[in-house]
Each structure stands twice: as structure tokens, then as C-alpha cells.
Ligand binder design. Structure first.
Ligand code: KIV
Length: 266
């Protein structure tokens, strides 16, 4: 089984093959995704702050937590490319500290790191790439900037912001990223960015014309129910399915139907 690399990401755009990514945070789900054989990349996202820790946003996540989840994901993966999020505070104090933290994530098992932001993070991204660390960019509605934006809201509706986000994407490409996540922007901006850069764009709420898509795994499986987001599609109702399974287990125990003969040792 051939491991996916940055070259496969770059080739996919040339060949017009859509990239498919999901988040994962643990061994069991990472192995499940890897063994489907249809997922190009697993992002160990700082969305773990919400879906794993139960926080309202991603801001509390620190580098040790991301590294811990990367180590777990790595154990379940043979083929899929693993990207680790640089969490809030892991590079803002100094880019030197940021390089140190990115190295820590790579040593923990990530193949690349993702950095949120536009032209302001270009010097940092150049440092990472020249240190041998592949970087995925992230523009548009970047959740780590939520307090600056005044909450999670569609970005790029007005001309000025639209131009700024497009310029950001181009500057990230020049800095050496191998792909760019484009989050929560109007479809026409998702398309314009995709046409403006040679590296693949990975959309999340950025419309139909990006080079690939990413979603949070727990949203796709219908397990995380705190938010109802327009750009998410639930492919199953995991919450109801698991809820029923747990209730059947409890009922079986109480009614004496579990354990049965096949579950006991002589
Ligand atoms: O943290 C995350 O899961 C992300 C994706 C949703 C793009 O950044």
C-alpha cells in the first residue's frame, strides 16, 4: 500500500481528481478512514477543542494536545496523509517557537502541518518549508481569528475582503504551501481562489469548485450535534444509532440477556 505524499496532492489538481479529506483524532477512527482506501488526508484539527473537549471553540487547544492525538492517529494509518493543525498560541509568540512546535508535531507522526492566516503568516510558512516541513494554508473564515471577526461568519462577501482573501491565498502559494483550506466563503470566491493558485484548494463551506473537500468526521457521522451548519452534510445519524445500541445493551444487562453462554468462560 503506497503512502500518499504532497506530490499526490499537487498531481491531483493537474489531473482534475478531487481530494477528499476528513478530520480524525484517535486510533480507531483513523484506522477506519485509512482502511476505506478512499480518503487522501486526515487532519488532526484543532476542532478537537469542540468535538473532543466539548469547548465552544478551538482556542483552548494546545500543542501537547494536538501531538497526543497525532500519535494516536498515526498508529491507525498506513496510507493516508496526516496533517496536524498548529493550534492557537503555538506560533504567535515567536516564529522560532512555532518551528519548534511544528517539529514536535512532525516527530509525533504528522506528515505536514496546517497554519491558519494570510500574508501575516507568510514569513513563518517560509521558515517551516525551508526547515523541511510541508505546510497546508488556511484562509477565509479561520476559526482562530473568531474574536477578530466577531464570531464564526461567512467571509469575503464584500469586494475588499474578497480581494484580501484571494491575495492571501496567492501569497501562501508563493511561500511554499502544498495546498490551501478555504473555509466559509461565497462559492464564487472559492472558485476564484482555485483558479488563482496552482496548489490544490480544499473547501469547507467554499462551494463546489474547489479542488477537494474537507469536513469534520463527527459532523459527517452525525455524532456532533451542538451546531447546525449549512455547509455540513450528515451521511448517517450516528448519534441515534449509537444511542439505540447503548440502550439495547443496558436493557439486555437488566433483563439478563447479556452476557449469554457465548460470552462466558468455562
Ligand atoms: O480544525 C479543523 O478541523 C479544521 C477543518 C475544519 C478545516 O481546521
Amino acid at each position: 500500500m503506497k503512502k500518499i505524499t504532497v506530490l499526490d496532492f499537487l498531481k491531483s489538481k493537474k489531473e482534475g481528481r478531487k481530494l477528499v479529506l476528513l478530520t480524525a483524532y484517535d486510533y480507531t477512527f483513523a484506522r477506519l478512514l485509512d482502511e476505506t482506501g478512499v480518503i487522501d488526508g486526515i487532519l488532526v484539527g484543532d476542532s478537537l477543542g469542540m468535538v473532543i473537549k466539548g469547548e465552544e471553540d478551538t482556542l483552548s487547544v494546545d500543542i501537547e494536545e494536538v501531538a497526543y492525538h497525532v500519535m494516536s492517529v498515526k498508529k491507525g494509518v498506513k496510507r493516508t496523509f496526516i496533517i496536524a493543525d498548529m493550534p492557537f498560541g503555538s506560533y504567535q509568540p515567536s516564529f522560532e517557537k512555532g518551528v519548534e512546535n511544528a517539529v514536535y508535531l512532525i516527530k509525533s507522526g504528522a506528515d505536514a502541518v496546517k497554519v491558519e492566516g494570510g500574508s501575516e503568516v507568510v514569513p513563518f510558512i517560509k521558515k517551516l518549508v525551508s526547515s523541511g516541513i510541508p505546510v497546508m494554508g488556511h484562509v477565509g473564515m479561520t476559526p482562530q481569528y473568531k474574536n477578530v471577526f466577531g464570531g464564526y461568519r461567512l467571509r469575503g462577501r464584500d469586494r475588499e475582503t474578497e480581494e484580501k482573501i484571494k491575495e492571501d491565498a496567492v501569497s501562501l502559494e508563493e511561500a511554499g504551501v502544498f495546498s490551501i483550506v478555504v473555509e466559509m466563503v461565497p462559492e464564487r470566491l472559492g472558485m476564484a481562489i482555485t483558479e488563482s493558485v496552482k496548489v490544490p484548494t480544499i473547501g469547507i463551506g467554499a462551494g463546489r469548485y474547489t479542488d477537494g473537500q474537507i469536513l469534520v468526521l463527527y459532523d459527517v457521522l452525525g455524532l456532533y450535534r451542538d451546531l447546525d451548519i449549512k455547509f455540513v452534510k450528515r451521511y448517517t445519524d450516528g448519534y441515534v444509532i449509537f444511542n439505540n445500541a447503548i440502550k439495547r445493551y443496558a436493557e439486555d444487562v437488566r433483563e439478563g440477556r447479556f452476557p449469554t453462554e457465548e460470552n462466558v468462560y468455562d
